[in-house]
Every structure is written in C-alpha cells, then in structure tokens.
Design a protein around this ligand. Structure first.
Ligand SMILES: [Cu+2]
Length: 165
C-alpha cells in the first residue's frame, strides 16, 4: 500500500517530466532539422545560380590540397574544406607571387609564415579527419597559395596555387 501510494505520484510526475522532455527534444530536432534543411537548400541554390562564385570546395588528404577550382572572383572567398585524409590537416591561404612549391621555408622545411613575399590572409586550424570546416577569406585580386603547414606536410607536397581576379 505504502509503495503504491508513494510511487504513484512519482510515476505521474516522472511521466509528465518525460513527456515534456520528449516534446522539447522533438521540437529541438524539428527546429534544427528545419534549419539544416533550409541552409543546405540555400547554399546549393546559391552555388548553382552563381556557378560557384565565391564558394570553393576543397579536399585535403596526404598530401594534397585539391580545390574544386583554382580561380574565384576577387573579394570574399569562402572555402569549404573537408579533410578526406587519415591525419589532421590545416588550411592556410597566403597571398604571394612565389610558386606553390617555392614558398620560403624555415630550417625544418616548413613554410616561414612571416617571410618577405608572403602575406598570410588567414587559416583554418585543426581540421580533424572527416571534418568539414568553412571560412571566408578576404582575397583581393592576385595570386595565392593554399597549403598545410603542419610539420612535414608542405614538404610532402600539400600545396597548390589559387588566383582571384
Ligand atoms: Cu596537412
């Protein structure tokens, strides 16, 4: 008797609480699903209607940087970078007239990011295996190099040229 009397209100309260949680969770799931869907739609529409202008997909792996295109209109360029490799990578954008494989390096062979003739625009650090990161870079008309400067990666060939005009 005691047990029933005690547990009944508990169950009721618990059930109500669980119900509220379920509703809240469902609402959140619906909300985020709605958002995600909208974003995806907007992004793909924008990409298609502008022929990819301003947004460039990039794949990184050992040891390559492969943008979907090597040119973009000058101005803001958004790189959607995916790590398709098996180790972490980072994505640097430098404005430079040096060839992709001729950037000034420090003794260890990694790119000297403060050397003359190199202007680091920005970077995406720590792109984990399988992760996709997006960032917008300000890129006035000119020549650029996209590369990874984790130890040994640039030397191994993880670099490529890019142009905005
Ligand atoms: Cu790398």
């Amino acid at each position: 008797m005691r047990r029933i009397a005690k547990s009944t209100p508990n169950i009721t309260f618990g059930a109500v609480l669980r119900g509220m949680l379920l509703v809240a969770t469902a609402a959140l799931v619906l909300a985020s699903a709605g958002c995600g869907g909208d974003e995806t739609t907007t992004t793909s529409e924008a990409t298609e209607s502008t022929s990819g202008a301003g947004t460039v997909k990039v794949s990184m792996r050992e040891f390559t940087v492969t943008p979907a295109t090597d040119k973009a209109p000058a101005g803001e360029v958004t790189f959607d970078v995916t790590n398709d490799g098996n180790v972490p990578h980072e994505f640097l954008v430098v404005k430079t007239d040096f060839a992709p494989k001729d950037l000034p390096t420090s003794k260890g062979g990694d790119v000297d990011e403060v050397a003359d003739g190199i202007d680091v625009i920005d970077e995406i650090q720590d792109i984990h295996v399988g992760a996709a990161e997006s960032k917008t870079f300000k890129m006035p008309a000119g020549k650029y190099v996209l590369f990874c400067n984790l130890p040994g990666h640039y030397q191994a060939g993880q670099t490529t040229g890019f142009t905005t005009e």
